[in-house]
Design a protein around this ligand. Structure first.
Ligand code: CTP
Length: 401
């Protein structure tokens, strides 16, 4: 961070769990990176670490009580809420998550959080059974639905003696996530159309053919684009994912419907990213009535669906086109062939047969090829990280034009 830039403020809420000691390390990293860190501790947190530790490391007074006159005049709970560029709760206990998700503000941390307009990152840490508890999971889902960011706990030995998911992620990982969420709004002039998920092609009123796409990569791209200030339209096939808040969402089922929606939105966008696993084939005829078992053997005749991306490539008109290539062999060569044949600017290729890459998982191993001939192989990373890498590459390529 250059000194000319305004120092960004992370308000860090620390709630009471053994993982508090890792929040100490997090403060050290954030301060070293150049953030101003303002800490709010709950009563529980103070049972594990003293405010003096956080105060010494952050160089700022630590807020602990709502009705303390000295603290209120020195820090001020509304000032804290307003000052935050990002509000992080780490560790977040089951109790604090339960309170926040139900609108309870009965201590300083939950009160300031209620008053902030900054983006919020919740980093849970608790016993594995508490984390698995459906009440806790429902509370987290609710928070995600209203736009809060959450991190998954890490797996391993827990202080309570159990083994499983519940550890606070390493401080470096949390700091990385904080940096990602605070990335500057470098896509604010872009209107991005993103497709995601599979298609379903009906065979009869109760059956369809589809593919294994979960939509996770496309939705990660939507979240990254929104965070970086883009205007985003998502055309999505059927998925089990929460629609991201802030995007215009057009839900479709078949490839033909997806084509229609994409062509309708195309004139208004600056870039299209086709992350959808468009169904290449559809049944020649969908039966009007349910096909009965008494029919015996059924022969399926399939016909190809139109190639949406190829069609877009034929009328680019200054727009940028990004495709995906799901491959099981000759990754780079196949990706470059798609780039050429569909007249694209970038292709993100991944070997779907490789562990940690492709359908349904939360990670991907991708190679980005672009129209200048550059080939960039990326290591295993989360789909959220990859989404940012795609936009970084996109902006770098665009600035060279
Ligand atoms: N795509 C599309 N319309 C289709 C098929 C694919 O727009 N009917 C898009 C996908 O969204 C993806 C890119 O084209 O961005 C490549 O998709 P992929 O399935 O890897 O390639 P195909 O062109 O279908 O070629 P093949 O299946 O033979 O590898």
């Amino acid at each position: 961070m250059s000194s000319a830039e305004k120092q960004r403020v992370v308000v860090l809420g620390v709630s009471g769990g053994i993982a508090c000691y890792k929040a100490v390390e997090l403060v050290r990293i954030l301060v070293r990176t150049g953030f101003k860190v303002q800490i709010i501790m709950t009563r529980g947190a103070m049972e594990f670490v003293t405010p003096l530790t956080f105060q010494t490391l952050s160089g700022n007074p630590v807020a602990t009580e709502t009705f303390n006159l000295t603290q209120e005049s020195e820090i001020g709970h509304i000032n804290l809420a307003d000052a935050a560029d990002l509000f992080v709760i780490a560790p977040a206990t089951a109790n604090v998550i339960g309170k926040i998700s139900n609108g309870i503000a009965d201590d300083l941390l939950t009160t300031v959080l209620m008053a902030t307009k900054a983006p919020v990152l919740i980093v849970p840490a608790m016993n594995v059974h508490m984390y698995d508890n459906p009440i806790l999971q429902e509370n987290l889902r609710k928070l995600r639905r209203i736009g809060y960011h959450t991190m998954e706990p890490a797996e391993g030995f827990l202080a309570c003696g159990y083994e499983g998911k519940g550890r606070l992620p390493d401080a470096e990982k949390i700091a990385e996530e904080i940096e990602r969420l605070l990335k500057k709004k470098d896509l604010s002039t872009e209107r991005v159309l993103i497709t995601a998920g599979p298609n379903r092609e009906p065979l009869d009123p109760v059956r369809y053919i589809s593919n294994r796409s979960s939509g996770k990569m496309g939705y990660a791209l939507v979240r990254a684009a929104l965070r970086r200030g883009a205007d985003v339209t998502l055309v999505t096939g059927p998925t089990a994912l929460e629609p991201p808040i802030g995007a215009r969402v057009v839900a479709v089922t078949t490839a033909a419907e997806m084509r229609e929606a994409v062509l309708r939105e195309y004139p208004n966008c600056t870039a299209v990213i086709m992350a959808a696993a468009v169904a290449d084939y559809r049944p020649v005829m969908a039966a009007e009535k349910k096909i009965k078992r008494s029919h015996g053997a059924v022969e399926l005749r399939l016909e190809p669906n139109p190639d949406i991306l190829k069609e877009l490539g034929q009328s680019k008109d200054g727009k940028w086109l990004v495709g995906f290539a799901a491959e099981t062999e000759d990754l780079t060569a196949n990706a470059q062939k798609k780039l050429r044949e569909k007249n694209l600017d970038m292709v993100i290729a991944n070997n779907v047969a490789e562990e940690g890459s492709g359908f349904d998982g939360d990670t991907n191993i991708a190679t980005i090829v672009d129209r200048t001939g550059a080939i960039r192989s990326l290591p295993l990373m989360s789909k959220d990280d990859l989404a940012d890498r795609v936009f970084d590459h996109y902006l770098a390529l665009k600035s060279r034009r």
